[in-house]
Write a protein that binds this ligand. Structure first.
Ligand SMILES: Cc1cc2nc3c(=O)[nH]c(=O)nc-3n(C[C@H](O)[C@H](O)[C@H](O)COP(=O)(O)OP(=O)(O)OC[C@H]3O[C@@H](n4cnc5c(N)ncnc54)[C@H](O)[C@@H]3O)c2cc1C
Length: 444
């Protein structure tokens, strides 16, 4: 006989939440006063503030500042329990979720389920590119990239061969969306400012930094005007921006692309390649969609009902980066607001005094988008209002420090930003061999 699924003692309505990212964690926090028990399951032990991940990659802030412990965040919430394990199975009919961590396996029974497992990197069917061009989605990714980037500058100091030095000092970023632009801008600042005269055998500002994208402009969601501004700012920093460039191959030493208009094929040599070109929703989305009889789109996102439930399952909610609804973008605000919405509907269901009857449609409030390009330079788009440069940079700083979780993290981040703004130093430039090699060693 199969083991009875685990449920907390007390017999209250049990909400299982998969994912402690923006969507899942916000749902849990919003259910604090509700008459429910919550089990939050995440394969990472931390809540990752992804919008600042590139600052970990480029040595501005430390990993802990953008990744506070989920257990500590929830310490004051008596109705929530955190499980650090990976969800491998969901059974909507049996109302169970199975989570695994090494030799630990447990099945949890739920009354309501929230699936907020986010999205991973997509290589559009070319997963082998990942070996040489890692993405930047997790803390592991950010630390590996930091070791590769700073390690390349260090190795360039050791070689006497000019061609090898040029290869080591060539950085190729694929994908000119916000992540690619932010990372490119910061690698340029590392080369031109932080590391400028740090080496005896070469000047770091001789580094070549390429930003490639298949689209005809950088930052497509920001529109043509801001896209052009961002491109000009990057070019002033010495970045070689190549648009209409569809990547066809990535090897240990090079990236090959085909120009979408001229059909010309170009190979760029470079030791460090970074992939920020596409995302694909967690495979848990397809697992849920197949059982609920609904579609997933090409990016694996689930077609949800207007109230965020799936198919006939009025107790199963999908959030954030995993949903395909009204062309909503994969951004933090969508995740936060869908989390709050699911929590509100669940709290109303268990509250006998609630006047909420029936499913309320999710209504997204677009607070705008912003991307940082370099120190003192960002772009902001709020509805029809667009601005850039220093005011946009200040707006970016203010907003991001407000949304960071925890007073300590906000204070430390402000100090690190101050150090970076007023001196050339960055406080988190350490690299380790383990960070650089662990991913491929583990895959082996
Ligand atoms: C580098 C980067 C920069 C970004 N910059 C911005 C920005 O500037 N502005 C903006 O609005 N948005 C930005 N985004 C997008 C934003 O971070 C996402 O839209 C948002 O995090 C989505 O929230 P989510 O809750 O859906 O998923 P996530 O925040 O990704 O959380 C998913 C959680 O699920 C967990 N998980 C996944 N699979 C499993 C499993 N099988 N079992 C257990 N746990 C699992 C993961 O560990 C993770 O903690 C950025 C994203 C990245 C990667």
């Amino acid at each position: 006989m199969a083991d009875t699924p685990f449920r907390p003692n007390g017999g209250r309505h049990h909400v299982v939440v998969i994912g402690a990212g923006f969507g899942g964690l916000n749902a849990v926090e919003k259910l604090k006063g509700a008459d429910v028990d919550i089990t939050l399951i995440d394969r990472q032990n931390h809540h990752l503030f992804q919008p600042m991940l590139y600052q970990v990659t480029t040595g501005i802030v430390s990993a802990g500042e953008v990744a506070p412990s989920t257990r500590q965040i929830l310490r004051g919430q008596d109705n929530a329990n955190f499980v650090n394990a990976e969800v491998t199975d969901i059974n909507l009919e049996a109302k169970t979720v199975t989570a695994v961590s090494d030799d630990f396996t447990r099945t949890y029974g739920f009354d309501s389920l929230i699936v907020a497992a986010g999205a991973g990197q997509s290589y559009f069917g070319n997963d082998h590119f990942a070996e040489f061009a890692p993405g930047m989605k997790t803390l592991d990714d950010a630390l590996e990239l930091r070791s590769r980037i700073i390690g390349a500058f260090e190795k360039a100091e050791l070689t006497d061969d000019p061609a090898e030095r040029e290869r080591l000092l060539s950085f190729i970023i694929v994908g000119a969306g916000p992540t690619g632009v932010e990372l490119t801008g910061q690698i340029a600042e590392l080369a031109n400012r932080t590391l400028r005269d740090g080496f005896s055998n070469y000047g770091a500002s001789s580094a070549k930094i390429y930003l490639l994208d298949g689209a005809p402009q950088v930052l497509p969601p920001f529109g043509k005007r801001l896209g052009r501004k961002a491109q000009r700012t990057l070019e002033k920093l010495g970045v070689d921006v190549r648009l209409n460039a569809m990547v066809t191959d990535v090897t240990a030493d090079a990236v090959t692309y085909k120009h979408m208009k001229t059909e010309e094929e170009v190979t760029l040599e470079g030791a460090t390649k970074i992939w920020s070109a596409g995302v694909s929703a967690s495979p848990l989305g397809k697992m849920v969609a197949d059982q609920a009889g609904v579609e997933v789109d090409r990016a694996g996102r689930v077609s949800v009902n207007p109230d965020l439930t799936v198919g006939e399952y009025s107790n199963v909610y999908v959030l954030g980066d995993m949903i395909n609804l009204d062309r909503l973008p994969g951004v933090a605000q969508v995740a936060l607001q869908t989390g709050a919405h699911a929590a509100k509907l669940i709290a109303a269901k268990v509250d006998e005094d609630s006047e909420q009857d029936g499913a309320e449609a999710f209504d997204y409030f677009d607070k705008g988008s912003m991307a940082i390009i370099s120190r003192g330079n960002a772009v902001v788009k709020i509805g029809k209002t667009e601005f850039s440069g220093f005011p946009a940079w200040l707006a970016w700083l203010g907003l991001h420090v407000t949304y960071l979780v925890g007073f300590r993290n906000r204070a430390l981040t402000l100090i690190n930003w101050g150090v970076n703004a007023f001196s050339r130093n960055r406080g988190n430039m350490e690299i380790t061999k383990q960070q650089r090699d662990a991913r491929l060693a583990l895959e082996d």
